[in-house]
Each structure stands twice: as C-alpha cells, then as structure tokens.
Write a protein of this length. Structure first.
Length: 166
C-alpha cells in the first residue's frame, strides 16, 4: 500500500553520516517535531538526479527554510558513503541531509519502491517529494516515471508549502 497525505511515516530507519562516521537514525529521530521537505532520487549520480533534481533543492534551500522547513532531506537506495560523495558533488553538503536507505526498507514501507532491474539498477525508490510535519505527510508528489522531475521538484514543493502548512 502506498503512503498518502494524512498518513504517518512508518517507523523504519536510515543511515546518516556524522562527524564520527555512519550512524543509524530512526524515522522518529529525523521527523518528530519538525517540518521536513523530503525528496527521493532513484539513484545518486544518475543524470536527472545529479543535474536537475538535487540542484533544484540546493538552489531553493533558503526559500524552503524561509517557508518554515526545518530540514531538507534526500533519500535514495544507496549507501551513505555514495550519498556523502553525491552531496559534495551536487553542492548539497551542509544544505541537504542525506538519508541512506541502502536496502530500500523505507521505500518499501511507504510503497514507493520500484524495480529498475531492467536498467541494471535493481530495487530503487520512485522519485518523489513530500512535505512532512511531525512525522505526518502533508504533501506527496510522485513522478510517473523516474526521468521526470516536475511533480517532485523543489519549485513545485515550494509552491505548495504555504497552503499545506497554513
């Protein structure tokens, strides 16, 4: 079953990079008491993800924060070492928190996993953007196919924040 607006995020976990190295964080540790702009990319260093999707969130980070977003987070079915380098390569370091979903547990739990095995990518996350307030989904924009990034863009999410949080 796919998560929808009004649903609470499932209690799964992610791996994040800290000053002491990789660390596990639960969904509640990341989302409880916060307003989070969460977006997913099918894979770090893939063309749309690296050249368009992430840069849009980097470019609009200040605007998102001005609209009341506490955390901007990106998740992918990649390991935290890949996502750490991806953040550096895209200018996201220090602006976007990278949440590694290495085994796809979060993607599967919210019903937004996709099998991209025919392209040699295996299990991945669908491309989406969501607005989450205190662990509850307020906005969810899912792309129909991975190369698209209009519904899940930072610009689209920014345009929806005021009426979703107001």
């Amino acid at each position: 079953m796919t998560i929808k607006v009004g649903d609470a995020l499932p209690d799964t976990g992610f791996t994040v990079m800290t000053a002491d190295g990789p660390a596990k964080k639960s969904t509640s540790e990341i989302f409880a008491g916060k307003t989070v702009a969460l977006f997913a990319v099918p894979g770090a260093f893939t063309p749309t993800c690296q050249q368009q999707h992430v840069p849009g969130f980097v470019d609009r980070a200040a605007e998102l924060r001005a609209k009341g977003i506490d955390t901007i987070a990106c998740t992918a079915v990649n390991d935290i070492f890949v996502l750490t380098e991806f953040a550096k390569a895209t200018g996201a370091e220090g602006k976007i928190v990278m949440l590694a979903d290495g085994s796809g547990d979060f993607a599967k739990a919210i019903g937004l996993d996709i099998d991209l095995g025919q392209f040699g990518l295996g299990l991945r996350s669908k491309r989406y953007a969501m607005l989450v307030k205190d662990g509850v989904v307020k906005v969810l924009n899912v792309e129909d196919i991975p190369p698209q990034h209009d519904k899940s863009s930072a610009a689209t999410l920014c345009s929806m924040i005021d009426r979703s949080l107001g």
